[in-house]
Ligand binder design. Structure first.
Ligand SMILES: Cc1cc2nc3c(=O)[nH]c(=O)nc-3n(C[C@H](O)[C@H](O)[C@H](O)COP(=O)(O)O)c2cc1C
Length: 285
């Protein structure tokens, strides 16, 4: 594999680029990409230079040259059996390359997401706080994504009660049905200095998870503040949003926007960005 040198001070993204460049070079050829496809689709494990040359309609020396380049990058492997050399594609190397693509894509994506802030002509960092309770991590991941784009502060709230899967679905759901608060840490969150609050909580038994009530009652300086509510669930939010809205309004907070993220919606990039855009709109006006 070709290793390009890079200075120690090089940022992480630059390191990825150095690893990607030789791979792009190796794959940046129509015939070589066809070879990768043919090897990927091959179920016999018996493809040789002659077979590939026939499939591609090019000479055997040309195929050998292409295979050499692909082998250099670890994309293709060969095995000699008797007088024959068979080629296969290297799954683990392809998985590694896929990981590099993914790193690069996430990096570009996060920079693109940041463009929303520039388009809205809002100065970063925003005076905003993301407050989140999450039991299995979905709401947390979603809110962390919003926070990564918008900046501001992030408060992750935990329940003092330690739930297991069984107790969450039994005692947790019973508390939720009765709209009983679960004690949380931190017990109070001072939001008096923020211009906007974004509250993210999951749905439990068609209502807000019991931690939500303690979060709301523990808000300090929330009167007159704007809040955006974000809730996550599998498929049925039930009365979660109206209950949250009512509880927040009882604390003198104005709910300016709300959204439910159902199941895989939480990982739907377009939906997430559309919501970030709405957060920024209500922040601005
Ligand atoms: C105790 C419990 C009760 C739940 N009740 C509901 C429900 O009534 N409706 C629903 O669509 N999803 C329900 N779910 C699924 C969660 O709302 C959903 O997976 C959510 O995204 C989890 O968020 P989290 O990972 O931040 O905890 C429930 C999950 C748990 C653990």
């Amino acid at each position: 594999m070709t290793e390009l040198p890079y200075p120690e001070s090089c940022p992480d993204e630059c390191r990825v680029a150095k690893k990607m460049a030789p791979v792009f070079k190796a794959l940046g050829d129509y015939n070589r990409l066809c070879i990768v496809y043919l090897l990927a689709m091959d179920e016999t494990g018996r493809l040789g230079v002659g077979d590939l040359a026939r499939e591609l309609g090019i000479s055997q020396p040309a195929v050998s040259q292409h295979l050499k380049i692909l082998k250099n990058e670890g994309i293709v492997e060969s095995e000699r059996i008797g007088f024959h050399v068979f080629f296969s594609f290297n799954r683990s190397r392809l998985a590694e390359i896929d990981g590099l693509f993914h790193d690069m894509q996430s990096l570009v994506q996060s920079r693109c997401d940041k463009q929303i802030i520039l388009e809205k002509k809002i100065e970063n960092p925003l005076n905003i706080v993301f407050i989140c309770f999450s039991y299995t991590g979905t709401t947390k991941a979603l809110m962390e994504g919003f926070h990564a784009v918008c900046g501001g502060d992030f408060v992750l709230v935990k329940t003092k009660k330690k739930y297991g899967t069984f107790t969450a679905y039994t005692t947790g759901c019973i508390s939720s049905r009765k709209e009983e608060p679960d004690p949380v840490t931190p017990e109070s969150i001072d939001v008096s200095d923020y211009d906007l609050l974004v509250l993210g909580v999951p749905v439990w038994a068609w209502k807000p998870a019991p931690a939500s009530y303690s979060i709301i009652s523990g808000l300090i300086g929330c009167e007159g503040k704007k809040v955006v509510i974000c809730t996550t669930c599998c498929n049925n939010p039930g009365d979660c949003l109206p209950i949250l809205r009512r509880s927040l309004e009882e604390r003198g907070v104005t709910v300016v926007d709300e959204e439910v993220f159902l199941g895989k919606d939480a990982f739907d990039h377009e939906k997430r960005n559309e919501f970030v855009s709405r957060i920024l709109d209500v922040y601005k006006f």
